[in-house]
Design a protein around this ligand. Structure first.
Ligand code: PMP
Length: 423
């Protein structure tokens, strides 16, 4: 049976792949132990397949960039290079430019973090690298990180690369269950585990689309505070709530217990590779030095470009455009699921973000279904990719962010008979 470790796509050039495998074996004894945990994510595997013409990809959570003011960004990039090139193309401050760090505090204020000090903001190469830095700073091999199940595949891969044990905590339709968190920490402690932090995606979780209820958030922070466990709050989708104000982050009002991760990937563009960590003041120096040791400094030109964009463009309006677009696509996906899916299949109804999480009856493993879905002309990500345990999963992730409403409907129409045949 196929498993999440089986490559989904055979290498195009078998000979090159063989040569590489032989060469890799020659140097295998040189690998660090942690290198065994470094894997290609299933999402990236499927990414290659999704490019095939004729397929509807409900796999990749790519933002839809067509609505960006590309001419303005282009003019700004041109101006930065021609007029300020000697700064824009030079090394910069390891922590990020002061101007961007100040502006990032304005972005966070939109969500209710009103006490952020730019001195505690560290600009990173996407939120992905901030997760890596957090592991580097806090985790020894064998340490435990708590997380939702399912959770972001990129974080799971980072945990594995640092030989960190990701321990799932029970969730329901309101996100992490506080009592389960409290119990799990106690059990792990009793078993002698070093529990370092709770990694959570409280708003519009990737992949489940579930949001932690407002009433649970403070309680979760307090449980962690009492147990001396940090919270790593990963919130790249927080501003993409379809209706109403954004949810108040766990970090709001809890400056000493929460490391907050933000990103420009979903509210502007992921190719800029810019995110940030807002770090408690007493941890700032460690975090910053670890970041600097990997990247020296985040890309100066990109930071100046984002600063110029935030200063000169209606970025709140751009976020509103994105929210409207994603709300429409999410509605199209939910309507198509209602129309085509057979009884016995259920799915989440997200209030924001990019993803819907589909549940099949427990006996079904969605991994082998992917191949059948590809034959039917549609791609999804099997649930096992997002699970901290290596068990097969009866769930799958559908992304609505990058595809038109018509294509979403067509993709779900193609998927329905594949799932029907499996249940
Ligand atoms: N966290 C979550 C929950 C994500 O979904 C993603 C991207 N899909 C990331 C982090 C990585 O974001 P970035 O582009 O900022 O590295």
């Amino acid at each position: 049976m196929a498993s999440p470790d089986t490559p989904l796509v055979p290498a195009d050039d078998v000979e090159v792949a063989l040569e590489r495998a032989v060469a890799a074996r020659r140097h295998a004894h040189l690998f660090a132990e942690r290198a065994a945990g470094i894997k290609q994510s299933a999402v990236r595997d499927v990414f290659d397949i999704s490019m095939r013409p004729g397929l509807v990809s409900l796999a990749g959570g790519n933002p839809f960039l067509q609505s960006l003011p590309l001419e303005k960004l282009g003019a700004l990039a041109y101006q930065l290079i021609t007029e300020q090139g000697l700064v824009a193309l030079q090394y910069g401050a390891g922590q990020g430019t002061p101007e961007l760090r100040r502006q990032i505090c304005e972005v966070m204020a939109e969500e209710g973090i009103t006490d952020a000090d730019p001195a505690n903001v560290i600009v990173t190469v996407g939120s992905q690298s901030a997760q890596d830095i957090a592991c580097k700073v806090f985790c020894n091999p064998g340490d435990v990180v708590l997380c939702e199940d399912p959770t972001y595949v990129g974080a799971l891969n980072t945990f594995e690369a640092y030989q960190v044990r990701a321990e799932p905590v029970a969730t329901d339709e309101d996100g992490l269950v506080p009592e389960a968190l409290e119990r799990r920490i106690a059990e792990l402690r009793a078993a002698g585990a070093n529990v370092k932090f709770l990694y959570t995606i409280p708003s519009f979780n990737n992949p489940s689309g579930i949001t932690m209820a407002a009433g649970r958030r403070q309680r979760i922070v307090e449980i962690c505070r009492t147990a001396d466990v940090l919270v790593l709050e990963d919130n790249p989708y927080g501003l993409l709530r379809f209706d109403g104000r954004p949810m108040r982050p766990l970090r709001a009002g809890n400056p000493d217990d929460v490391i907050y991760l933000g990103s420009f990937s979903k509210i502007l563009a992921p190719g800029l590779r810019l995110g940030w960590a807002l770090v408690p003041a007493h941890l700032q120096r460690r975090f910053y030095l670890a970041s600097e040791s990997v990247t020296l400094c985040p890309p100066t030109l990109n930071q100046m470009l984002v600063s110029g964009y935030l200063a000169g463009h209606d970025w709140r309006g751009q976020i509103a455009t994105y929210r409207g677009l994603y709300a429409e696509r999410c509605a199209a996906m939910l309507a198509a699921l209602d129309e085509f899916m057979p009884a016995g299949i259920s799915w989440t109804r997200p209030d924001g973000g990019f993803f819907v999480w589909v549940s099949l009856p427990g006996h079904v493993d969605t991994y082998p279904l992917l191949h059948r879905a590809i034959d039917a002309g549609v791609v999804f990500i099997p649930g096992a990719a997002f699970s901290p345990s290596d068990r097969p999963s009866s769930k799958l992730r559908l992304a609505f962010s990058a595809v038109s409403a018509d294509s979403i409907r067509e993709g779900v129409r193609r998927l329905a008979p594949v799932l029907q045949a499996a249940i």
